[in-house]
Design a protein around this ligand. Sequence first.
Ligand code: 3HC
Ligand code: NAI
Length: 729
Amino acid sequence: MSSPYALTTEILNGVAVITLDLPNDPVNKFNRAVKEEFVALFDRLERDLNVRAAVLLSGKQDSWIAGADIEEFLELKSAAEAERMSHDGQLLLDSIEALRTPLVCAIHGVCLGGAVELAIATHYRIATDHPKTVLALPEVQLGLIPGAGGTQRLPRLIGIRAALDMILTGRNVRAKKALQIGLVDELVHPSILRSVAIQRAREIADGQRKHQKHSGGITGLLLDENLAGRKLVLRKAREETLKKTRGHFPAPLAAIEAIDAGYSGGPSKGYREESRLFGEMSATDVSKQLIFLFFATTALKKDPGVTLAEGEGRIDVIPVDKLGILGAGFMGSGIAAIAVQQGTLVRMKDADHGRVAKGMAAVRDVLKERLEKRQITRLQYTDMMTLLGGTVDYSGFRNADLVIEAVFEDLDVKHQVLKEVEAATDPDAIFASNTSTIPISRIAEAAARPERVVGMHFFSPVHKMPLLEVIATSRTDRRVVASAVAYGKKLGKTVIVVADGPGFYVNRILTPYINEAGRLLDQGAAIDAVDNALLDFGFPVGPITLVDEVGLDVGSKAGHIMHEAFGQRFAPPVSMQAVVASGRYGRKVKKGFYLYDEEGKKGAVDQSVYALLMPAGRGVSVEGGSGQQRTTIPALEVQQRTVLPMLNEAARCLAEGVIRSPRDGDVGAVFGFGFPAFRGGPFRYMDTLGASEIVKQLEELNDRFPGRFEPAEQLLYMARRSERFYSQG
Ligand code: 3HC
Ligand code: NAI
């Protein structure tokens, strides 16, 4: 029996071995056609009495099934239509659960969303003990909830707590953990997955092996059946979710509601609520923005970073097998840590042995953390450390394919190391600067081979921050740009290519935002109130906390460079200058706007810092602030005064060609500093507000604070013509 489409079936001694392999698609997903094929196939198998059991495999090399087809969500016209889609999915999985022939899922690679829901509706799950095998319910990351029975079956299989953890975070569960929590029944080596799955299917059909049910911890499951215990868990989950999301993400709360309904009202109420809430969530703006971001980042994975000539097809990149790093400081060691994890041979140079040793220790710490979390094995850890070498001269640099400099932010030092690198490496080697503010073309002025000079701007901490800005000057060879992009992706980063200029894109739009936060302090606003207003807007940390994190010395130096480049609208606030002059550099010296303990953990606002700010007598206070000032600035005004200049600057960056598209601008802001993802990014947010509304608000502010809020030409033009950045919402 075989299908001309996605499913092929082979009957082996009464076991139907079904392989799902979507033709012309890199991953398997449940689209309408696949679902119809499943229905037809199971219908046939149920009627074929020679078939006693079935096994479901993936035909893709390293992935099982990526869940529902997200593209189909874009076509949904109403909540009711999405509700119906979810209900149909539930019915399909119900029919699979009720099959006469037991079905065994043989899982290798990613098993996501609807795929987990399918797997837990079947009778037995075997997964490979391979690092590529991960199971997750990422629906909340798309602003949705599991819609094919996941909110009902999962808690009953692995317990409410473990299910909440998966459903509310969307986090990946590795194979070993999946076995521990009872999500899968058995782990095997990939080479025997198929044969063991067939054997298990036969054993189940023969009654030699029981259908696996309720393998989650007995105590947990007993607690779940207890009304008071369950209510407590769900109430806590609601409270924690609200605290974390500040109400901006409705999906996690909806998932909790669906789980609750299933326990308090019985399965049919639970399934009904799941479908209803899935429909409701799919119609939210939050879901639309998150789905946009999914497709934007997916598109960037395939983007070579340069425009291909007609008929070019692809561009050859220079593979980076050997990497030289200059500066074993905070950023240099961070880059080294991610490079060795990808198998790159790394040579890290600094001025003296002490600093090299410190840098090597920092790399070791990052890898040790991964080892402790069991994300890598001890053998992998040792192999990675072996790839790392330190030096105080250029020995080992001759064969480097790429050298990244992360030395002090000083043009003379950058010039000096560039010349040294050109002398120490082959002419083909690429020189990349990790500078955060100095234009790459200025660094390249000292180069004998400016076409090999590019910017690779990583964000700190390097191993955690997902974005990389690759900066091309007008002289950078396009193959060099494409190679930096390709290597950035290999390091696991989402890469945007930006044009050269002070602050590039991310720091350029961040600076007016931070500056305005500082000006609110100049006016006497309370530190925590400014931060809180922007947490309420949806940023992961407030601007003043961010300044403490980045370091006031670093931030102030960058601020001056930007001021010099862009003039008055980038003038640094008085308060920040006073604080930095006092030596409060933020968290790294455990003294900044906030208090820090010995481990550097942030506490409350350091009240003593107010003495350095503008006199309180001239001040005003912000709603909810703890400072002792007089007037109140509404939180909404704080948000407008800080966010609007950021949007304004983003529009300028697009008009000047600093970014290639609104898409890059949105991804850069969300992944670079946590612009609220549920707003889609600055450009999607501007489309939500509308250009004329933004212009109106900017003009009102500009009347009050002349010169700081002048609307960008681009926005004025768009407002006049009622244009948007994206053709559709
Ligand atoms: N739906 C539609 N397209 C998908 C998809 C999905 N679920 N998963 C991946 N794709 C597409 C990508 O858009 C990309 O398309 P393209 O080639 O046209 O650009 C292609 O598959 C390859 O994807 P990646 O480039 O991302 O490949 P990677 O190997 O880097 O990553 C992946 C693969 C881990 C599967 C990643 O794509 C991913 O995380 N996908 C999203 C999975 C997801 O969120 N699933 C849940 C869906 S919601 C659901 O199931 C609802 C249910 O409860 C009813
Ligand atoms: P750091 O001070 O931690 O490290 C710089 C290192 O460079 C020091 O160890 C120093 O000894 C070494 N160094 C100086 N001159 C050298 C030379 N001639 N040869 C070899 N090593 C030399 O600084 P950090 O924070 O790592 O910054 C480095 C660069 O990265 C700067 O250009 C900075 O603007 C940029 N950057 C910093 C970010 C941050 O958050 N700290 C973020 C993104 C970029």
